[in-house]
Write a protein that binds this ligand. Structure first.
Ligand SMILES: Nc1nc2c(ncn2[C@@H]2O[C@H](COP(=O)(O)OP(=O)(O)OP(=O)(O)O)[C@@H](O)[C@H]2O)c(=O)[nH]1
Ligand SMILES: [Mg+2]
Length: 270
């Protein structure tokens, strides 16, 4: 168990078995000393604000979340780089999304964020992958000591193409939970972007047994299907475009009656 009462990543036990079927998202929290990385992590995991943490504490915590009705195993790495980013590989190669934090009451803290954003941008370029990044102006409850205007945070975020939020580890939990959940949503969006735009189905125009296409049934186009012949992958038509397609297997060719299968609503194989 972690110091926050939630299982640490990599912990063994019955929960590990349950977790194994749930998709995982790794999120790293970066930023200069004192920005509130640990405070935000603890708030998210326990709903509580604890004012003092070991500044050298760096650990990874696991939390089972439900975001948009879908379960997810969120792993959060609360980093502690001390004064400057160092040994960045440990989180760059691990995380799928990053929260970069500064305290709105500390200009140097804010300026330090640029280094982290640059490092992530460089890593994204190197790996040719887009990593969702959320820039967080923390300590919103300290607005009377504000040194960084909200507009500056927004400008920096837009320069690096990231989302921007102002939060507080000692105010309401929902706002803190929201940014972690947004990170999960962003990772899901990124994963969807990298998937083919529409599902694929397998078709083929030619079989090694029949060079000529088979006769169309129902006045609709026909194609042949045979596990031995060349396979083409095509985009699945949307349901509105889907037509009845006659697919004949080698069994059908041997005049045995093939069963009718329903693949999708509005898309059948005879
Ligand atoms: N008022 C206020 N204080 C905060 C908030 N978040 C963190 N703090 C305080 O800021 C100090 C630093 O917070 P930490 O969470 O330890 O900061 P950190 O980014 O983890 O710092 P390192 O681990 O040293 O890199 C602590 O005294 C916290 O109590 C906040 O939202 N509001
Ligand atoms: Mg810390």
């Amino acid at each position: 168990m972690s110091v926050f009462g939630k299982p640490r990543a990599g912990s063994l036990g019955p929960e590990r078995l349950i977790h194994s079927s749930i998709p995982e998202v790794n999120v790293a929290i970066l930023g200069c000393r004192g920005a509130g990385k640990s405070a935000l992590t603890v708030k998210f995991l326990t709903k509580r604000f604890i004012s003092e943490y070991d500044p050298n504490l760096e650990d990874t915590y696991t939390s089972e979340e439900t975001v948009d009705q879908q379960p997810i195993l969120l792993k959060v790495m609360d980093t502690a780089d001390q004064d400057v980013p160092r040994n960045c590989k440990r989180y760059l190669s691990w995380a799928q999304a990053f929260l970069v934090v500064y305290g709105i009451d500390d200009r140097r803290n804010f300026e330090g964020c640029s280094q982290y954003l640059e490092i992530i941008a460089h890593h994204a370029k190197e790996t040719q992958h887009d990593y969702p990044v959320l820039l967080l102006g923390n300590k919103l409850d300290m607005a009377q000591y504000r040194q960084v205007a909200k507009s500056e945070g927004m400008t920096l975020a837009s320069k690096f193409g990231c989302l921007f939020y102002e939060v507080s580890a000692c105010l309401d939990f929902e706002a803190v939970q929201h940014v972690f959940h947004e990170a999960i949503r962003e990772v899901r969006r990124e994963q969807e972007k990298n998937m083919p735009s529409r599902p694929l189905f397998i078709s083929e125009e030619r079989s090694i047994f029949h060079q000529a296409p088979l006769t169309a049934k129902h006045g609709l186009p026909s194609c042949t299907f045979n596990t031995l012949s060349t396979v083409n992958y095509k985009e699945m038509p949307t349901v509105a475009q889907a037509k009845l397609v006659t697919v004949k297997s080698s069994r059908a060719q041997s005049k045995r009656k093939a069963p009718t299968l329903t693949l999708l609503k509005g898309f059948k194989i005879f």
